[in-house]
Ligand binder design. Structure first.
Ligand code: PXP
Length: 246
């Protein structure tokens, strides 16, 4: 069964817009995570950025203590955040690139270029009982490098697919890249997640990508929740994922 990890960063984005630096405020991303779990999601994803623009340190501690599914802790490979992850012990960390100027995580990791540093962090996480996922563009070189680094998962960046969704020719090129990357990753024994920019419109077409284990979806669920509430937004997404057959 294809699993859904809900990224609750944007719940914290709304809170920080009003309560930045005050150590409290609404909406509460932990309460949101519990609602998503009750609606049937399989995991919660949260990104503790170095600039703390949305999720705060206290949020990840409370998430770790409260949620009953799996915490997928999204993070840059930066010493301060690595130390927090090792203490927090989430089920899995997803290593992502981070640039201050970006609105959200815009590109995949250049695993081939940062192989040594990523392999060292992968080892430290695994030694602490934490699985490691690498967020990568659907490119052959990056998949090969992720396998060499010894990661347990890759998360294929679906941003380009989402971006080109309305143009059929470009969309099909992006789908092909995802299919090829997923196939190769699976052949290397990597488990395959995917995420970024997925929504109710582009999700059904993504079903042709093989070997998917989990999708991480944030913005569209949190946005839809404004109209219909979080439980319904999560259930709608789960229903769209139901027909997935590997
Ligand atoms: N996966 C990763 C690694 C991400 O960085 C993000 C966005 O923060 C997502 C999934 C979710 O993307 P979206 O909010 O567009 O659904």
């Amino acid at each position: 069964m294809l699993k859904l990890g809900v990224n609750i960063d944007h719940v914290a984005t709304v809170r920080e817009a009003r309560y930045r630096g005050r150590g409290r405020g609404e909406p509460d991303p932990v309460a949101a995570a519990l609602l998503c779990e009750a609606a049937g999601c399989h995991g919660i994803t949260a990104h503790l950025r170095e600039d703390r623009r949305h999720i705060q340190d206290r949020d990840v501690v409370r998430l770790r203590e409260s949620i009953r599914t799996r915490l997928n802790f999204e993070m840059a490979n930066a010493p301060e955040i690595v130390a927090i992850a090792l203490k927090l012990k989430p089920a899995v960390v997803c290593l992502v690139p981070e640039r201050r100027q970006e609105v959200t995580t815009e590109g995949g990791l250049d695993v081939a270029r940062h192989r040594k540093a990523l392999a060292a962090t992968r080892q430290r996480m695994n030694d602490a009982g934490i699985e490691v996922s690498l967020f990568i563009a659907p490119e052959i070189d990056q998949v090969e490098a992720a396998a060499e680094v010894g990661a347990q998962f890759v998360e294929l960046h679906t941003g380009q697919y989402a971006e080109h969704f309305s143009r059929k020719r470009e969309r099909n090129v992006e789908l092909r890249r995802l299919v090829d990357a997923a196939t190769l990753a699976h052949r290397h024994g990597l488990r395959v997640n995917a995420g970024h920019g997925l929504n109710c419109e582009n999700l059904p077409v993504l079903h042709i990508v093989p070997h998917l284990v989990e999708l991480n979806i944030g913005h569209s669920i949190v946005s839809r929740a404004m109209a219909v509430g979080l439980p319904k937004a999560v259930k709608e997404m789960l229903a769209l994922m139901k027909g997935y057959r590997d």
